[in-house]
Write a protein that binds this ligand. Sequence first.
Ligand SMILES: Nc1nc2c(ncn2[C@@H]2O[C@H](COP(=O)(O)OP(=O)(O)O)[C@@H](O)[C@H]2O)c(=O)[nH]1
Ligand SMILES: [Mg+2]
Length: 279
Amino acid sequence: MSQNKIILCGLPASGKTTFIAALWYILSNKEISTTLSLGSLPKSRNYLNELSRKWSRLIQVARTPTDEYQEISISLKSETSTVTLSIPDMSGETWRSLWSNRSCPEHVAEWTQNSSGILLFLHSDKITPPVDIVSSNAMVRAMGGEPEDREFVPWSPDSSPTQVILVDLLQSLTLPPLGKGKKRLGIIISAWDKTKDTGSTPGEYLRRNLPLLHQFLQSSDCFTEIKIYGVSAQGGDFESEKELQHLKDEDIPSKRILVVDGTDSNHDLTLPIQWLMKK
Ligand SMILES: Nc1nc2c(ncn2[C@@H]2O[C@H](COP(=O)(O)OP(=O)(O)O)[C@@H](O)[C@H]2O)c(=O)[nH]1
Ligand SMILES: [Mg+2]
């Protein structure tokens, strides 16, 4: 049986914990058929069980503390191969710090080098857009000020546009010393339910909202294959009474999940992982 390792990464609040909560729920409850099933069980499952319990009860999964649950590894299997989904940092601080400090812990470097595929998360509704000088001037004037009198805020890495950080992160993960050979890249646009008014496919959404990242993916030649998925792991917005009621009315919790690939949709969260396992 062939063995694969896939690394899951993304900035803080990009939907990683919710994805893992929903994934663990569908794998352990088997309410729907999935392409991949659970392989050998991780030694410690308390954290995963607690996450999926909260997920099933529509309780928002807590913000992952930076000093706990740093490493999670889930084993999945198809008929012919197994895959280890490795999440070296659930909080996402490591990935942000790779951009802002250009360093990462030793174990993250090891996991990255040994991975055969990357699953990158970004939240559809938490994209910091770039602001050009013309728009910035217009905003100042709209507030009754003059662009010349504006106070300049010193640049900080954390306030950079999301697409700039993600392009740099992907370059770090694919070029030496962290990168080793070309691999597949799956992009998960999380909270996909928030984009339904746009009528876009995940690829179109990325092209419109993150054009620099889109161009990088088109031209960089860093990956063997790239696929963009829209994923609603929570199923809807818990802050909207209407959406929450709609989710409560669903008698099979696994059916809240939506995985969108082009114009196709499914409830099977293991599909992006299965695609990443292909050679
Ligand atoms: N509407 C909606 N919100 C989501 C979904 N998945 C995650 N979120 C929200 O996005 C935020 C960040 O998610 P989380 O999983 O904690 O991100 P992490 O920091 O990358 O682990 C939380 O407020 C979640 O409730 C989804 O499918 N739909
Ligand atoms: Mg988290």
